[in-house]
Design a protein around this ligand. Sequence first.
Ligand code: 5AD
Length: 337
Amino acid sequence: MTRSQVIEMLNTKPAGALLVRADRARAATCGESVHLRGIIEYSNHCGRRCAYCGINADNRSLQRYRLTMAQVRTIAAEAVGRGVRTIVLQAGEDPAFTADKIAAIVETVKLLGDVAVTLSCGEFHRDAYRRMRDAGADRYLIKFETSNEALYERLHPDSRLDDRLCCIRDLADLGFQTGSGSLVGLPEQTVEDIADDLLLAVALELDMATFSPFLPHPQTPLAAETGGTGELALRTLAAARLLLPHAHIPVSTALATACDDGYRRGLQAGANVVMANLTPPDAARHYDLYPGKTTRRAGRDPVDHLRGLIESLGRTTATDRGDSLRQAPVGAGRSER
Ligand code: 5AD
């Protein structure tokens, strides 16, 4: 697909036919099963100052927390006992969680059974990633956030797009299944930029791709910005499915926050993955990436809720681990899946 075709897709209004095409593509490559991942946000400490992010180091009004290894283990054990086959461990870039410490957590979770572990804890040197991989981590999620270098540098005063992309390549090289993607609706981002994000996702040969709306957070430099709409995020998700037929594509929590009925709409526009937040509510309300994220309905179990939702759409909750659907190229060092 050419860049102008991607731009045309992103501009499709009304989007109905595009979303239906994406839903059909999802059915053809992923079938009717939906992967339910369980995410544990183990620390909201972060040394970075990403302009959009509510847990950035400059947000002094945020109460910071760290879960203990024992807490993570208990939460993961319960989820695995209930049939969750992937545990996603996510955190800010917290210097207290060194590669060795993260590796130790991975080892603990991997002992719980035949469960995949996805890490999402930011930029590390290749050797640190190797340590995590050796400990048994299967996948790594690290968004490039935007493919527009100038925009990237404006939003990230302390990092560079090239370093980010280098991390993604290192991870793939080390045999991780890789997940990445971008934010849509960033200030000054154009539809051409989003098309480039999608084409970058294709070029990176991602196993998982995620595109979610930017939602302005009041305690950040971007507080007064407009943010991305659920509609644009849905069109981007649909375009991603058409461009990356074999990628796992989640309904991001930000999409579910940005639009009513976001889980259903995302699952019917190309997505085949959802994430249940397993972080204890007392901590989760401080994992405040964007407004609205932390509101969990009292008494509602996220795993049961999402299973119910999947079934209400006539889909089934997958019982397998949901590893990459892409064919590993022979002899390419990505074959240990
Ligand atoms: N709106 C939407 N997504 C956000 N993230 C951080 N801040 C925001 C925001 N304001 C996302 C980033 C990051 C992930 C952990 O959370 O894309 O990669």
